[in-house]
Design a binder for this molecule. Structure first.
Ligand code: BTN
Length: 322
């Protein structure tokens, strides 16, 4: 690796400072080249403290994805059994769609260290810097009519939320339909995209983005008040491979349960993990405004709301504000 010699020097120093001069002498490169390498490492997710007259101190080193390590954490029959691990891509959704079109089996998982055009819901972009988040897309081939897709989205949310709680101990909650929040800030987004034929799902791609080890400085200004990371909430960094393993394990278990028992148990679990229920919500879809208290999920996965006029209404699509 290009930065191995520089990183070895920081390893030698354990937690201490290394001056630009010492690095430049030891590696026989100019001070400008040292600065350039430090900045390139920052782009890859490394964090350095820079103090004048002392030099640089390595504060955070991203955990790298290794096939063997991931496989140790994934204990499933199908989900995540075929891995495509990338350093960078436009979007893992695009990679997974390509693979699915080429016939990739259900359970194929694409993971990328960073995305250059991460996709969010409703045509938004998804911030996906290197080394610090989980950006992954899973190929599914459910034998389901298209109308059941919202249930699959909710099922994915339940599995990811439960995996986050198990691995970090942090009380993450679900915001309808598929955001995961901690203390009111978004830590994870889920995007299910389906290719359909005659009202049946040909394949579906479950895209999962989790802000794992980002620090506040990593976020652009406009996201700082609305997004958070597991590291910021748990106060310690979290292994991305371990969390991916937990997500795959929990997702496959819920999926099998859904095939056997239908949506009812998932609905119950969604409600138990919900950050929406009991809260005042407002949704605008197709020019219709629904405002009231969220009271639960309908059998098909819509959000049931009790309006101020005492009416029951169900939200099926669009954005919900809490
Ligand atoms: C949302 O808007 O909340 C959904 C965000 C989904 C982001 C994930 S990251 C992995 C996958 N690849 C993408 O481009 N998007 C999804």
């Amino acid at each position: 690796m290009k930065y191995k010699m520089l990183l070895d020097l920081f390893d030698e120093k354990s937690n201490g400072f290394l001056s630009g001069e010492e690095i430049s002498n030891r590696l026989s490169i100019s001070r400008a080249a040292v600065w350039k390498q430090i900045n390139q490492l920052r782009e890859l997710g490394y964090e350095f403290e820079a103090v004048s007259r002392k030099g640089y101190r390595l504060l955070y080193k991203p955990d790298e994805y290794e096939h063997k390590d991931l496989m140790q954490h994934i204990n499933t029959a199908v989900f995540g059994s075929r891995l495509h691990i990338l350093e960078s891509t436009t979007s893992t959704q695009i990679e997974a769609i390509k693979l699915a079109e080429e016939g990739a089996e259900a359970g194929t998982l694409v993971i990328s260290d960073m995305q250059t055009s991460g996709r969010g819901r409703l045509g938004r972009s998804w911030f996906s810097p290197a080394g610090k988040g989980i950006w992954m897309s899973l190929v599914l081939r459910p034998e389901l009519p298209v109308r059941f897709m919202p249930q699959l989205t909710l099922l994915t949310g339940v599995a990811v939320c439960s995996a986050i709680r198990t691995v970090t101990g942090v009380e993450a909650g679900l915001k309808w339909p598929n955001d995961i929040l901690i203390g009111g800030r978004k830590v994870c987004g889920i995007l299910l995209e389906a290719a359909t034929e005659d009202n049946k799902v040909r394949y579906c791609i479950a895209g999962i983005g989790i802000d794992v080890n980002l620090s506040e400085q990593d976020y652009p200004e406009e996201l700082r008040s609305i997004a958070t990371s597991l590291r910021m909430e748990a106060g310690t960094s979290v292994s991305r491979s371990k969390l991916i393993g937990a997500v795959m394990n929990e997702l496959e278990a819920r999926y099998l349960q859904y095939e056997k028992e239908g949506f009812a148990p998932i609905l119950k679990e969604w409600e138990a993990l919900s950050a929406s229920i009991g809260k005042q919500v407002r949704s605008v879809a197709l020019n219709q405004v629904i405002e009231g208290t969220a009271i639960g999920l309908s059998d098909s996965g819509g959000l049931m709301v009790l309006t101020e006029e005492g009416m029951n209404s169900t939200i099926f699509s669009g954005e919900v504000e809490i």
